[in-house]
Ligand binder design. Structure first.
Ligand code: SF4
Ligand code: SF4
Length: 303
């Protein structure tokens, strides 16, 4: 693999063509070990980035390390400029554009806000295990965050210490409105797990409406430990005994989702599958389920 742990693609470098320099390889590659040994011989020291990636079993810093951009990059002489590193730090805290399955930007219909504004916030809070804020809004946990939806202000906000910070999160806004507008009573968990193709709305998940697990596989196919870290430590998922690894996540307190992970073997590549408690059929439409998984995936990727 010609790409170094830092992300430099050695295939595109003339030093590699001329045999002056070899690839560093990913932090999990034999090339990395060889390069470190060569650096020790030639320079009496090593690249701190490569050394750290190997030590921490990180394939590629930019894709796989939650610590990027770290001090090894900001204090070292190469490979990236301060401008590039600060752009990376800034954009990593942003949410990606919320797009639907046809790659159109998500738009939250005004009628969804109006419907929630007509509902009794206390009743909604009871049904979703949230808390009415006393001003028409509902406060609820979403994974590891505490969020407030305010249908009067048409606003989603996140609690940061003692403050509420308005957030632009169209996908979470959409899922929350779809769920809160639909729920009419406290729906008990069914205790039966179902994949999208087991749900009554299975035909909706065909073709481009399939759950998009490609970015998850690109990130975690060779990094089960990273998957565990993201699901259990970052998002507070409860480990289960399905597949090679499984975690029960709680995007909403009454809507558990189960992520199942199979490591790659000689026959198959890594696989990640999402299961739901069958009660989800009563709480979310197929579009809502698709949007929920999209949003949970983003948190697993950001971890
Ligand atoms: S910065 Fe380090 S890991 Fe990246 S190409 Fe240079 S020596 Fe290799
Ligand atoms: S801490 Fe820095 S150098 Fe080490 S693996 Fe993470 S991003 Fe790479």
């Amino acid at each position: 693999m010609p790409t170094g742990a830092c992300g430099i693609n050695c295939d595109m470098c003339k030093l590699q063509l001329m045999g002056i320099c070899s690839t560093c390889g990913s932090g999990k590659s034999p090339e990395a070990e060889k390069k470190l040994a060569a650096q020790r011989r030639a320079f009496g020291g090593t690249c701190t980035i490569l050394e750290c990636a190997v030590l921490n079993r990180v394939q590629y810093c930019l894709r796989d390390c939650g610590g990027f951009p770290c001090e090894n990059f900001s204090t070292g002489p190469y490979p990236f400029s301060p401008g590039f590193l600060s752009m990376q730090a800034r954009r990593r805290s942003e949410l990606p554009p919320a797009m639907d399955w046809n790659n159109r930007p998500i738009e939250v219909p005004e009628s969804f806000w109006k419907t929630l504004a007509r509902k009794d916030p206390m009743a909604v809070s009871n049904f979703v295990l949230g808390e009415a804020d006393g001003k028409g809004g509902v406060i609820f946990p979403f994974l590891n965050a505490v969020v407030r939806i305010d249908p009067q202000k048409r606003e989603l906000a996140q609690r940061v210490e003692d403050d509420w910070l308005p957030v632009s999160d169209p996908m979470l806004t959409l899922v929350t409105l779809l769920y809160f507008n639909r729920v009419e009573h406290l729906v008990p968990l069914a205790g039966e797990l179902a994949a999208t193709n087991d749900l009554k709305s299975a035909p909706h998940f065909a073709g481009s409406h399939e759950l998009n697990m490609k970015p998850m596989l690109e990130r975690y196919a060779n990094d089960p430990a990273g998957f565990r870290q993201a699901a259990a430590h970052h998002l507070g998922g409860t480990p289960g005994d399905m597949a090679d690894l499984s975690f029960r996540l709680l995007p909403f307190p009454r809507i558990p989702v189960y992520y199942l992970y199979w490591k790659p073997d000689e026959e198959f590549g890594a696989r990640i599958k999402v299961l739901f408690d069958r009660s989800i059929e009563e709480l979310l439409t197929a579009s809502g389920i698709w949007a929920l998984v999209w949003r949970v995936n983003i948190e697993l990727l950001r971890a």
